[in-house]
Design a protein around this ligand. Structure first.
Ligand code: SF4
Length: 64
């Protein structure tokens, strides 16, 4: 499973990092948005990654 964040859609809420820190991290910049630091999702984090995608209100997270 692979994950990406469409940064133009991300609202910077931070939910994905809280739910699945194995994959998502806030960039920490002035205009904070989420970045993927592990494009290939570790198997043990699969369910958390799906939860993060489902909780992302602007639908900025893609997984395949
Ligand atoms: S949950 Fe969605 S909107 Fe919130 S920081 Fe993550 S990618 Fe951005």
């Amino acid at each position: 499973m692979k994950a990406t964040v469409e940064t133009d859609l991300c609202k910077g809420c931070g939910a994905c990092e809280i739910i699945c820190p194995e994959v998502f991290r806030m960039n920490g910049g002035r205009n904070d948005f989420a970045v993927v630091h592990s494009e290939t999702v570790p198997e043990e984090a699969d369910n958390f990654c799906v939860d993060a995608r489902n909780c992302c209100k602007p639908k900025a997270i893609r997984i395949c």
